[in-house]
Write a protein that binds this ligand. Structure first.
Ligand code: HEM
Length: 229
């Protein structure tokens, strides 16, 4: 018990928690994106996939609760770390390199806050159908006769609206920025790899962030341009 509390109180313990909770969300974002990309294969594919997820029942709830815990864990520990850093450094840095580092962590706070806004909006839009209730009411009959919620129609009707699509692409940019910095700095702050590997790690992190940005933005952009109807 004392050991676990000590772990949580230590700075490295907090960074490990940030890394684990961040990875859970990174994994979810990649899996969610791959699932959503089925929009390019038409309504049958995407709606059958959405039904498959809903049919997971209790397992879906385990995943949802896991994501929620990881999310709040990530945010709370981020605030604790920020407080710790400010307390350790009451006077601003004088050296350029450390100014750069604190700029990057400020970016993390702002991009993180924007992602929180995105998530609330996204859940109201697609999961709860609050922002566009008219898009939420459609049903679709699968080839096997099952009547399901028409997630495909909801996505198409949502992204056919310019402000919604622009908002998604902007949010995806900040998501990519957040990931790219987080993945890059995680290996450094945890000291997992020798500093000589930093440039290659940062390149891989940027590459993954670009994949997330392009993959997720391809949906609103293609729908807005009328390529997917
Ligand atoms: C263009 C990009 C995206 C599209 C098209 C999209 C689409 C969707 C749709 C259609 C749903 C509702 C599924 C249903 O009710 O059957 C959903 C749920 C959700 N999305 Fe996204 N999403 C995108 C990006 C993201 C990102 C980047 C995140 C996280 C940072 C995210 C997090 C979630 C969460 C947490 C849920 C709720 C899952 C649940 O209800 O269990 N989404 N998304």
């Amino acid at each position: 018990m004392t050991l676990s509390l000590d772990f949580f109180r230590s700075s490295i313990g907090k960074k490990i928690i940030m890394a684990i909770t961040g990875f859970i969300w990174f994994g979810f974002v990649i899996a969610h994106m791959l699932g959503n990309l089925q929009v390019f294969q038409g309504p049958e594919k995407l709606n059958a996939y959405a039904k498959f997820l809903k049919d997971l029942g209790p397992l879906l709830w385990v995943a949802r609760i896991g994501l929620l815990v990881a999310f709040f864990g990530h945010v709370i520990v981020a605030i604790l770390l920020k407080k710790e850093n400010s307390a350790a450094r009451p006077v601003a840095y004088a050296k350029q390199s450390t100014i750069q580092a604190s700029k990057a962590s400020l970016t993390m706070i702002y991009s993180g806050l924007l992602l929180l806004t995105f998530l609330v909006y996204h859940l109201l839009h697609f999961t709860l159908g609050v922002t566009n209730p008219d898009h939420y009411s459609y049903e679709y009959i699968l080839k096997n006769g099952d009547v399901v919620h028409d997630v495909y129609a909801m996505v198409i009707l949502g992204f056919q609206q310019l402000p919604i699509s622009i908002a998604y692409v902007v949010f995806m940019f900040f998501l990519a920025l957040h990931f790219s910095h987080a993945l890059g700095s995680m290996f450094q702050s945890l000291g997992i790899l020798a500093p000589k590997h930093n440039p290659i790690i940062q390149k891989i992190a940027t590459g993954l962030a670009v994949i997330v940005f392009v993959g997720n933005s391809s949906m609103p952009i293609s729908i807005l341009l009328g390529w997917v109807k």
